[in-house]
Design a protein around this ligand. Structure first.
Ligand code: XMP
Length: 520
């Protein structure tokens, strides 16, 4: 149980819906703190006076499959308003004595709901219209309402699309107000939190900043903290936040693996050491990495070598700083939420991700994770408020193993040099043409094949450069970005004409799945 004790909140009990995080996001967008907890972890004894409202999420379960979920029924008897969404609506009805059954017509996608009665939940929702467009995703539905409940709206297939028990302030909606496809769904969430739960605005990244700084000071006291700084958004914000809290007691270690993007090490040193005056230890380990990676072409071996060496080097330098008690990490809220595990499914291992997670156990360090309650966009806002420049804040993600996994086959100095140039041209062109911020991640890769070309009457035999640019929400799924011909032609010409070693450019048009974002 990791419920935050500080702020009034809306508690979201997660039954495994893919939209649970969206509910929390919507509430925070209204300036109210919200927290997600798995249905398996919350018991009635955990409910305290800070919880001003409870939302039960949707989920892939059936209410009669009681072996597959656990829910302490007393949670809804605390005189705290409750809103059930989809599965949450069905479970509320079941607990209160109604019935749920498989729908004759499953509803997936858009449906119209029609207003039947008034309720504070639908204040300003239907406006002057009789119906509203909502997004449904269910196979079961409530078939008999419990006592003291009334119908507020119905769709053609779901008689009980919105229901209310005004006495107990329990509400249920069969559709998903948290998704953008539900027209004005936000109004329903807003009505629930403000008109029904009567919670006051208490959340903004700005007001969190001082609290986070205070919490870090309280937690680490006079002790030293180390942080692996990569120059990416999360580790940069963590470093600057802890720097504001404890100044020179923070030691950031930045390892140059030799597999970074062009000029990246200079940018990181300039920003953190020179401009922000952070205690930065710059480790140039280029030679060591290249030596270990010599003649290695297997993707998993590359990843393991880089991950292990990174940890070894980090440890080596951390040991030089005496009496370190804490390790700072950029863990974000989505990393902590367990919605994926609700059905017990395990995702199979596709790639060994590089991180420093193995460190605290080995080095007996305690963790400081100041971003653990924040979403990525909140981290970005916090970063801007902490005086980090836009360039860092809006950076595309960059994998720990760096260019090594954008260069299938063996890694050589020559290939790294060529790839750094190609990537630099591509990324610069994206920025100059206004594409960079519309794209979730983009990069150039160097493929281990040479092809024949002709330049100025001469035959060339050089590498193939692959460009990848994708749109995504969270990196779990992705689609390729559709450039118009003039841009893609311009960048292809530029790369081929400017970089010796590349005579052909291809653009990757696969989505994820079936491909992944990186090549290895
Ligand atoms: P894939 O290739 O798995 O990538 O579709 C998904 C996202 O994860 C990034 N990625 C990594 N990030 N350490 C990281 O910190 C890693 O080892 C790593 N491998 C892939 C990738 O760039 C993409 O954003």
């Amino acid at each position: 149980m990791t419920l935050d004790k500080g702020l009034d909140k809306i508690l979201i009990i997660d039954f495994g819906s893919q939209f649970t995080q969206l509910i929390a996001r919507r509430i925070r967008e209204f300036g109210v703190f919200s927290e997600i907890i798995s249905h398996k972890k919350i018991k009635n004894k955990n409910i305290n006076e800070k919880i001003k409202g409870i939302i039960l999420s949707g989920g892939p379960l059936n209410v009669y499959d009681i072996k597959k979920y656990s829910f302490d029924k007393n949670i809804i008897e605390n005189e705290i308003p409750v809103l059930g969404i989809c599965f949450g609506h069905q479970i509320l009805s079941k607990i209160k004595g109604g019935r749920v059954k498989q729908s004759k017509h499953r509803e997936f996608g858009l449906a119209n709901i029609f207003k039947k009665n008034n309720s504070p939940l639908i204040k300003n929702y239907f406006k002057n219209r009789k119906y509203a467009k909502v997004w449904m995703s269910h196979a079961d539905q409530v078939s008999k309402l419990p006592k003291n409940f009334k119908v507020i709206a119905s769709s053609q297939n779901s008689k009980f699309a919105i229901v209310e028990n005004s006495l107990q302030r329990i509400y249920g909606v069969q559709f998903h107000p948290e998704v953008t496809h539900t027209e004005n769904g936000k109004i329903i969430i807003k009505n629930f939190i403000f008109s029904i739960c009567k919670i006051k605005k208490n959340w903004s990244v700005k007001n969190q900043k001082m609290k986070l700084i205070k919490d870090i000071r309280n937690k680490v006291g006079k002790n030293k903290v180390i942080c692996a700084l990569s120059g990416g958004v999360d580790s940069s914000v963590v470093a600057q936040l802890i720097n504001k809290a404890i100044g020179k007691k923070l030691y950031c270690i930045f390892v140059n693996t030799g597999l970074l993007r062009k000029n990246e090490e200079k940018q990181v040193v300039d920003t953190f050491k020179k401009r922000l005056k952070i205690n930065l230890i710059y480790v140039n380990a280029e030679k060591e990495f290249l030596r270990k990676l010599k003649n290695i072409s297997d993707p998993e071996k590359k990843r393991k070598i880089i991950g292990n060496l990174f940890i070894k080097i980090f440890e080596r330098y951390a040991k030089k700083i005496k009496n370190v008690r804490f390790l700072a990490q950029g863990t974000l809220y989505p990393d902590l939420i367990e919605s994926k595990s609700v059905t017990g499914s395990q995702t199979s291992k596709i790639k060994s991700h590089h991180n420093v997670g193995g460190l605290p156990k080995k080095m007996k360090l305690k963790l400081v994770e100041p971003l653990r309650f924040l979403f990525k966009d909140e981290v970005r806002k916090l970063g801007l408020d902490l005086n980090l420049n836009k360039e860092i804040i809006s950076r595309h993600p960059f994998p720990g193993p760096g260019l090594a996994i954008r260069m299938p086959g063996i890694i050589t100095k020559e290939k790294i040099k060529i790839l750094k140039e190609a990537d630099h041209y591509f990324i610069t062109a994206l920025k100059e043409n206004g594409f960079y911020n519309k794209i979730w991640q983009a990069y150039a890769a160097l493929l281990p094949v040479k092809t024949v070309g002709v330049m100025g009457d001469n035959r060339t035999y050089e590498y193939l450069c692959l460009l990848r640019a994708i749109t995504s929400e969270d990196g779990m799924t992705a689609d390729f970005y559709e450039f118009k011909k003039p841009f893609i032609q311009m960048i292809s010409n530029k790369i081929v004409n400017s970089i010796r070693g590349i005579n052909r450019v291809v653009y990757d048009v696969t989505s994820k799945p079936p491909s992944t974002i990186e090549l290895e």
